[in-house]
Each structure stands twice: as C-alpha cells, then as structure tokens.
Design a protein. Structure first.
Length: 327
C-alpha cells in the first residue's frame, strides 16, 4: 500500500511553519480585564477563590490598570463594591459612588487610548443581592428595575464610561438604556449587552469578589436556563434590535456552541466572558501541579476566539498578555 501523498505533518514540523498556517489569532487587543474596586478599604484585599485577583482601592486600581495596559490590553471593565447597600441599590446611580469613582480613575489614568466599560447592574448594590428591585411578593420587578438601569447608565456615562454593560437580563434593558442615553446627550456611549447570560454554577468566586450573592433564592427567574441554545440566539437578536453595539455570551467555556452559533447567525461584534469559576479551576489545577497554567490559559482563550468571540473578558488578561509577548 503506497504512502499517502498528503502529509499534514509537513506543516507542523517547526514553529514557523505552524505559525504560517495558524487559523485563529489571539493577542492582548482581544482581551478585556475585569477589575474590582471596593469602598472603605485601606489597601487591596486578595480574593481567596481567585488567586492573583483583588478588591482594589482607588489607588491600587489605578496601579493595576497601568500594569495591565502596559502589556497591550486596551479595555477594562470595573465592578464597584459599596459600603452602603439598600433594597433599591441606590448607590449604583450615585454620582459619587465607588463604581463611578472607579470609572473616573480609569478614565483619568488611561485616557482615550483605552476603553473603559462599566458594569451596569444592581446586585453589588442591593442588600438582598438580586439584580433588580423587588415586588411585594419578593420577585424581581422587571419594569421598575429598568427605571433604575436608566439612572445607572446616565451616572456611568457622566463618569466617563465608553461602554455600559447591562448584565441583569431584564427584558427590554438595552432599549431602555439606549433611550435614556440618547435622550440625555450621551448618544456616543455604547452598550456591551450581556445578551445571553446563563444561570451558571461558574459564578461562585465572582460573588465572593463582588460581595453580591443573593440573600434568598437564586437568579434562575431572569438568567437563562443552561440547556437553551435557541433561546440564547433569540435573546442575542433582541438585544441587537434594541440597539446593542456588542453582544456577549456568559459564561464562555460551557457555551462555546452558543458563541459559534451567535457569530455564524448574526455576524455581529461578539464578546464572551471567561468567568470566575473557569479562572478558579485553572488556578486550582495549576496550583496543585496538575496542569501547565500558561499552556492551559492560552489554550482556553484560543478556544473562545476559535468559537467566534471577537473579545474575551478574562481575569487571565495580565498574565496572558505577558505570555503572548513571550515574557
């Protein structure tokens, strides 16, 4: 039996040959770094379940952003953690809240050469930990919550956000925010919509970091049911129709199929969130010597890009940028 003429290994023989035909690129410009800023602390507080991450002071937030930006990462999302919480989450739209001050610090430090993105939600700000205001029967009231989202969007736009990131999965949230921004002279502020955010088991470490675990129940009444891919595409299309500038799938790794379908079916700018639980798994395995962290992280991020994501929110951003630069 003659040897086949087609030999795929020919183009795998050297790093240069492999690079020549590489189909998917990954660079720091594809990454968005999420950062936490907390009110009332004197120094950065490490997050136990997310090794390498911290709840920052305004000054340590500034320093961390500088370090990440120096590695070629162009975009940052800031999550604020206030001292005072109430049932309405009113600190979320307070112009002087820690979230708005965090946006201002990043805007001042990074200038217009970098993109500052705000998290637009209520879970970090409510005393009950849900993503909206509650009705008398304890359910999240969708339409009353939209009114609060409008206020938050305006406060974040004034603070200097380039993009606001509504993550609460309220029906009509993108349209409500777009109308509020446009009606108040902020038509240039974009919306990165958490369009398909699933009720996932991979959010646990984030809830420690942002101090936003629900005090009762869960978020299955508004976040998406994990088995539903067709519904995810409908949600994504709805957010596009309502005026989103970028849509996002969250989490990333359990939903690579949704990322792929979204890109194939919409051809719209697409982000994916490599969430805290995904980060923590890699950190735990590498900390025990079970996997090579560098190789695993770059493989994970490449898989998300290969699935179709244009942008990746990831807590690995700083390290990954170093590794991509060959440091």
């Amino acid at each position: 039996m003659s040897f086949p003429q087609h030999r795929p290994r020919r183009l795998r023989r050297t790093p240069a040959l492999r690079a020549l035909i590489r189909e998917t690129d990954l660079s720091p410009r594809h990454l968005i770094a999420p950062l936490f800023v907390k009110e009332g602390i004197a120094e950065a507080v490490p997050i136990a379940s997310m090794p390498g991450q911290a709840q920052h002071t305004l000054e340590s937030l500034r320093k961390e952003a500088q370090e990440i930006a120096s590695r070629g990462v162009n975009a940052f999302m800031v999550f604020g953690i206030p001292e005072r919480k109430d049932a309405e989450g009113s600190e979320a739209w307070n112009p002087e809240s820690i979230g708005q001050r965090g946006i201002q610090v990043l805007r001042e430090e990074l200038g217009d050469d970098h993109v500052v993105i705000s998290d637009l939600c209520l879970d970090e700000y409510t005393d009950h930990g849900h993503c909206g205001v509650l009705s008398a029967d304890g359910e999240v009231d969708n339409d009353r919550t939209l009114d609060r989202y409008r206020r938050i969007a305006l406060a974040q736009a004034v603070a200097g956000a380039d993009l606001v990131g509504p993550s609460g999965m309220m029906d009509g949230q993108v349209a409500a925010i777009r109308d509020a921004l446009d009606a108040n002279g902020h038509e240039r502020v974009g919306i990165l919509a958490y369009a398909a955010k699933f009720a996932s088991a991979f959010y646990g470490p984030f809830r420690e970091a942002a101090e936003c675990a629900p005090s009762f129940g869960d978020r299955t009444g508004y976040q998406m049911d994990p088995p539903n891919a067709d519904e995810a595409i409908r949600e994504i299309r709805a957010d596009i129709d309502e005026g989103a500038d970028i849509v996002m799938v969250k989490p990333a790794l359990p939903y690579l199929d949704v990322i792929r379908r979204s890109k194939d079916e919409t051809r719209f700018p697409l982000a994916a969130y490599n969430v805290s639980g995904e980060y923590a798994m890699v950190k735990a395995a590498s900390g025990n010597g079970w996997i090579d962290e560098r190789k695993a992280v770059l493989e994970v991020l490449t898989s998300i890009r290969r699935a179709g994501a244009d942008l990746i929110l990831t807590y690995h951003a700083k390290d990954a940028a170093d590794w991509l630069a060959g440091s």
